[in-house]
Design a protein around this ligand. Structure first.
Ligand code: PMT
Length: 432
């Protein structure tokens, strides 16, 4: 299915693949193969350092096209000049992109063939970075990434995991199949153009005293991935985020909150003006009855906290007179479908994404799987990285939303211009 979607988006696409120097350069070989399998025509440009890791001959054999490296190669220029190559490209993909290349692109350098092509081409640019975790996290790199994003470049990854230096963290090149899927998503039809999507993500913190709080293990990854996927589908996205350490997806407007009541206020202030609300946040169900003004001291015995129940944000949004299409999440450890269905009914939701949590699942994990439940049926979205899963989820939400919008009598027009754009109809949910 993913491969089919990739084919649809990439068939016949002329991809200029730039490869920069780094140990991950070997993965670009498989990327060439996968892009061609997806129907793309691929021409490879290596930086001087990339050619130290993988020979041009390898890429030539895989792409079936001459490989370019230098700016001053007379024979290559005679066959296809670099400006012609820049014009030929319909999408430039750089994988892997080193920290140095990201910096040179951000500053508009044109001191080798690849950077020159990037400046000379009007094709969209997709950058798949690969570098040491500290290089990726460095303020200089992040400023360069922000500059490039601001100019419209898409960043594919980086991924998280083990690196060549036996360290683990953010900075790994995405796997070739993920890069192909991300590129297909960038090229695919946009199902939510003109729509306003509100997403909540992350945990809430309920203060006990000035130094302690009740929180939970939500990292915010799932909700941030949903926000990014909705933005990729053309929506204008607002993300209400609890306390998390995540970068805001480019193009998404973020509002930071701390407690469940802060989150409720931020969500309710926006919900009536939104077309879709997706509640992926792990909202704390309880808060201390009182927040101590000073740090609580040990007394040598047990501390008893009295807790009050927090308001239910999702149910409040679903109860609004002018309500958006409401999608909840259900985090369950057992009887997933039964409990999720009960939440769908009790909170009067349109759709609920049930996921299993506990023992490295759901919370704070890089992957997830979802049972998507509506009143008409249920569909399983198989285990995948949260972003890949979020993309599938948002596609399904867009389809269901389009049905709901066309038959919906209970949502009054909020007065703002509403786009007539419809999501493409594809998968129907299977009956239970
Ligand atoms: O953040 P990650 O580490 O990536 O983990 C993702 C996740 C597991 C947190 C996410 O996929 C998820 O399941 N989010 C919902 C977690 C949750 O609070 O589930 P629940 O079953 O307790 O709540 C059901 C729904 O009601 C949720 O949409 C929740 O946002 C909402 N809710 C709950 C309580 C409350 N007071 N207000 C609410 O709106």
């Amino acid at each position: 299915m993913a491969q089919l979607e990739a084919r649809n988006g990439l068939a016949g696409l002329r991809v200029l693949l730039g490869v920069s120097g780094g140990i991950a350069a070997y993965k670009a070989c498989e990327l060439v193969r996968r892009l061609r399998e997806a129907g793309a025509e691929v021409r490879v440009v290596l930086t001087e350092n990339a050619a130290r890791f993988v020979t041009p001959l390898t890429f030539q054999a895989l792409s079936g096209q001459p490989v370019r490296s230098g700016l001053w190669d007379e024979a290559a220029e005679a066959a296809m000049g670099h400006l012609e190559l820049a014009h030929w490209a319909q999408h430039i993909v750089i994988a892997p992109a080193s920290a140095d290349l990201v910096a040179r692109l951000a500053h508009g350098f044109a001191d080798d063939l690849l950077t020159t092509l990037c400046l000379a081409s009007t094709a969209p640019l997709a950058i798949a970075p690969a570098m040491n975790l500290r290089m990726w996290a460095h303020a200089a790199t992040q400023a360069n990434v922000a500059t490039l994003r601001g100019r419209g470049a898409a960043f594919l990854g980086p991924g998280e995991g083990r690196m060549a230096e036996a360290e683990s963290g953010l900075g790994r090149l995405l796997e070739p199949h993920q890069i192909v899927a991300e590129l297909a998503a960038l090229r695919g039809p946009k199902a939510l153009t003109g729509k306003r999507v509100l997403v909540s993500a992350g945990p809430t913190y309920e203060d006990i005293d000035p130094v302690r709080f009740i929180g939970n293990r939500s990292s915010g990854r799932m909700g941030f991935a949903v926000a990014q996927a909705a933005m990729e589908q053309g929506a204008s996205v607002e993300l209400v985020a609890g306390p998390v350490h995540l970068q805001t997806p480019a193009g998404v407007a973020r509002v930071d909150v701390r407690s469940a009541r802060d989150m409720r206020e931020a969500v309710l202030a926006r919900a009536q003006h939104s077309d879709i609300y997706i509640g992926a946040a792990a909202v704390g169900d309880f808060r201390p009855h009182e927040v101590a003004a000073h740090k609580l001291k040990k007394t040598g015995g047990a501390l008893t906290l009295s807790l009050n129940e927090n308001p239910d944000i999702l149910a409040a949004v679903a109860a609004l007179k002018q309500r958006p299409y409401v999608v909840g999440f259900a985090a369950e450890t057992q009887n997933i479908e039964g409990y999720a269905r009960a939440k769908l009914e009790r909170k009067k939701l349109d759709l609920i994404a049930a996921n299993k949590v506990g023992e490295g699942e759901g919370f704070d994990a890089c992957q997830n799987e979802i049972l998507l439940i509506s009143r008409d049926g249920a569909e399983r979205l198989a285990r995948a990285d949260k972003l890949a899963l979020a993309r599938q989820l948002v596609e399904r939400i867009a389809e269901k939303y389009a049905d709901w919008e066309s038959s919906n009598g209970n949502r009054k027009d909020t007065g703002r211009a509403r786009s007539k754009a419809r999501a493409p109809r594809r998968t129907r949910m299977r009956g239970k």
